[in-house]
Design a binder for this molecule. Sequence first.
Ligand SMILES: *[C@@H]1O[C@H](CO)[C@@H](O)[C@H](O)[C@H]1NC(C)=O
Ligand SMILES: *[C@@H]1O[C@H](CO)[C@@H](O)[C@H](O)[C@H]1NC(C)=O
Ligand SMILES: *[C@@H]1O[C@H](CO)[C@@H](O)[C@H](O)[C@H]1NC(C)=O
Ligand SMILES: *[C@@H]1O[C@H](CO)[C@@H](O)[C@H](O)[C@H]1NC(C)=O
Ligand SMILES: [Cu+2]
Length: 627
Amino acid sequence: MKRFNQVLCCVAAIALLSGATAEDEENHPCNRECIEGETMTCHYDFEIGWYQSMSKACYDCPFNADDCNRKDCIPADGISRPLNVVNRKMPGPAITVCQGDRVIVDVDNELMTEGSSVHWHGMHQVGTPYMDGTPWVTQCPISPLSTFRYNFTASNPGTHFWHSHSGLQRTDGMAGAFIVRKTRSREPNGFYDYDKSEHVMLVTDWLHETTVAKYTDHHHSTGDNKPPALLVNGVGRFKLFGNDTDEPFYMKTAQFDVEKGYSYRFRLINAEFMNCPIEMTIDGHNFTLIASDGHDLEPIIATSLVSYAGERFDFVITADKEVDNYWIKFRGLMDCDDRFTKAKQVVVLHYEGAPDEEPAGNPTWEESHRDGLQLNALNKGEEDMATISIPEMHSLHAWDESMKEVPDHQFYITYDFYGKNNSEYHKAPYYGFNQMTDTDNKMFTPQLNHISMQNPKTPLLISKPLSSSGFCNADTVDEEYCEKEFCKCPHVLSVKLGSVVELVIIDEGNTYDANHPFHLHGYAFRVVGMRRLGSSTSAEEVKAYDAAGLLKRNLIDAPLKDTVTIPDGGYTVVRFKADNPGYWLFHCHIEFHVEVGMGLVFKVGENWDMPPTPPGFPTCGDYKPEN
Ligand SMILES: *[C@@H]1O[C@H](CO)[C@@H](O)[C@H](O)[C@H]1NC(C)=O
Ligand SMILES: *[C@@H]1O[C@H](CO)[C@@H](O)[C@H](O)[C@H]1NC(C)=O
Ligand SMILES: *[C@@H]1O[C@H](CO)[C@@H](O)[C@H](O)[C@H]1NC(C)=O
Ligand SMILES: *[C@@H]1O[C@H](CO)[C@@H](O)[C@H](O)[C@H]1NC(C)=O
Ligand SMILES: [Cu+2]
């Protein structure tokens, strides 16, 4: 305790002396080499505001490349558009701390009209569920012009990120890296030479308009939902600049410096928001995967990696090739593939001593693929022999009870896109689903067990409803009715504190070949199985498959993750021990889908098991007096 106090005092002093602020993230006193038993308190100020890429702060960017690095200049891919960002940065300020540090973030919402919230994606918030940043579940949205102080312990080591959990804000720029390091001696895969905070890649798909414009056009008219571009660390190539006299050129991409003869830990954060899984390869190099979602894996050498919205991957690049500049290539799949936008991006792997320039040429979408071992491939599970899916990887974390033979609760969560009269987008008899002759006007509703999530008026963790009568799930709704008609209600699954929960998540795959990545708040789960059964499937088929003993579960060393994809026409089975009491959101991490209700809440334990919200915790709700 004494030691802790000492460290605290000194941090404050350092911060004062060096004037370190959130704007100066590389120099933040908490971004340091981690020492066993030494924790710090780490303060950050987040100011959320509307802003613009290629603003006047950018002066002559990209014609004068130095101007692109000016304070408050967000170059993006050279296209000017409205943004919703923290501290006029995109990605937002990186938080880099050591395991056990206390993180204090004052979030000042300076948006004109919208509420906000910040979710610490990958933090389990044990003991502080009300700091999870999920509006309507764990807190009220932070109203415009007010400040909310997040205060929690960074207990989950690894590569994580923070992002707005309100509306479409993440999509408009509100996300940043959240790296929790552990001491080197505790890294089971600590065989690399360097783990530098500059070797973080935050990858996202990107629009050239506000997301709400894309959203309303897609949901209320014939607009598509396909992102045209990708960005890595907020910048990238898209538009050609220049004039008749000079060679046209692109915005300068992100660059990662390495030195020949050394190996480096890279941290990839997939912060995308549309259905655009991202395939990554490195010219001339393979890489060694060592962790995902903050959990260590038996190393795997591979050539390409596919990641889905909300996932993180840590891998080692060994700089053992000729001194040169190499492309690291990213290309979008599914809604970003060659049928649609061919969204792609590049960054430079720069060896010290190589010329200070980008490799020649501009790789096409087709050229952004390399044959070789692929990890986490799109719509492929254990049945695919050429790739390695998540449950085929091996966790380095000891066996735990969640992998016991028979779980205490088992839930089938089945989903697809359904052609229904979703009253928000298809008002029968005026413009009902089947009344639309132009298929682009048909809005299929993605639902879990035929239910769209209805957010409560007051966050569950604040109202702590005494009875479950206000909740709905597959057991309470009229199944036959909801299969055909649109059902929307507060979808809550209750589980006993300390029980082992198994989720069999099924993508029926009848509409489109789309896949969905699912994220669970408050926990990491073991991914014990994943398989594609065909172009489509059903809960009945998977149940029969399981009853016949064909549904294989890795109950030995299944990887721990908090976000996982489900192959279209297949299933993913996950397990977790429900030992963290609270209300926890489980949802598709594609922004357009969660926004229309593709989520549900786990109620873990009874209300009295849940840590009470601190005194003065803000509340919200209706004001509708009886008379
Ligand atoms: C953060 O929370 C801890 C535990 O409740 C409390 O002791 C501490 O004073 C809080 N820190 C700040 C800066 O609010
Ligand atoms: C063309 O662009 C270059 C900068 O790339 C600038 O120096 C030059 O003056 C421009 N020429 C014309 C004709 O605008
Ligand atoms: C990468 O791994 C593949 C096998 O997946 C192998 O054929 C190839 O030679 C390796 N490339 C490099 C550059 O090590
Ligand atoms: C929606 O409502 C319209 C008008 O009542 C009806 O014709 C139609 O069959 C309903 N269902 C769908 C899927 O459109
Ligand atoms: Cu989805």
